[in-house]
Design a protein around this ligand. Sequence first.
Ligand code: NAD
Ligand code: MG
Length: 350
Amino acid sequence: MTEDDSQTFDSTVYYDEDADSEVIVGKTVAVLGYGSQGHAHAQNLADSGVDVVVGLREDSSSWDAAEGDGLRVATPAEAAAEADVVSVLVPDTVQPDVYENAIEPNLEAGDTLQFAHGFNIHYNQIQPPEDVDVTMVAPKSPGHLVRRNYENDEGTPGLLAVYQDATGDAHEEGLAYAAAIGCTRAGVVETSFREETETDLFGEQAVLCGGVTSLVKQGYETLVDAGYSPEMAYFECLNELKLIVDLMYEDGLGGMWDSVSDTAEYGGLTQGDVVVDEHARENMEEVLEKVQNGQFAREWIAENQAGRPSYTQLRHAEKNHEIEAVGEELRGLFAWQDEEEEEESAEVKA
Ligand code: NAD
Ligand code: MG
């Protein structure tokens, strides 16, 4: 059974009591990749009593790290061969290659292909045989928090989707996987590969990574072009963004509006839509359409196949924007912040 594309607006949320982690405890899970997500899934699964084998290239620098964490390590092909569940946690751009060379030849009927992002399945870069389950458990946090929360008996919210249910048990097993990495402690939202992939791409392009950086650069340039100092423009258009985002993250838009001055609230409420106006909305719809009709995916796949010429150029231009030089200097003034961050990342590693 392949997912249908009907959209649900009231998502189902699963918790510990909805999941039976025993379903996965008797199984062998191959975790391919030991990066952000891989190291967290592998260790959490193992601590939950699952038999884990990490799949890494023989020259991988993570080999020692994974063994040092008490995990069994093998090549991706060996790991896939012995596993009931293959968790594909190598970068999205290398997944099709790893699938073709290491996973596909080693898949058996009834095995599960497990992902943390839907891109390659949704855009048909990986086309699994019909006799395997295809699931997604995607924590909504970077891996180090997935690991830290698990160790602190807390959970990390996540997403669950079933693309293909060959065995009839795909959903139950996906939930068990989510439980074993700690996600059902916090809540697991049911979605589809299509919905996860398209909303993820749209969000990062229109709002999070693309939209915000454009807003920051345009704001900065507007002030500097009008004769204000680059330092002031940096503070007002980039540095203070963190403050605002932290407030929205903690208490929503309302929490942010409550915390800023009445002047900021009135000005923001009247001028926000003047800047990000209906035209911006139409542009967003265009961006969404390119995600939905596969145009963006085709472009990005071709870009990778060509050796990333435009990507390299765009990256270079972004690095050389004036705001980066100003920022580097000004961030030096926040030395106390670096110390705090160092303490925090030391905690993460400990
Ligand atoms: P990552 O870049 O942090 O780690 C990738 C790992 O794969 C590294 O250990 C690397 O050494 C290994 N690797 C690279 N090429 C390989 C190859 N050819 N063969 C074997 N191993 C190889 O990746 P990540 O951010 O953990 O992403 C993994 C998956 O999780 C992706 O599908 C991503 O979309 C998804 N995801 C990531 C996050 C996140 O916060 N990072 C959150 C949710 C979902
Ligand atoms: Mg199965």
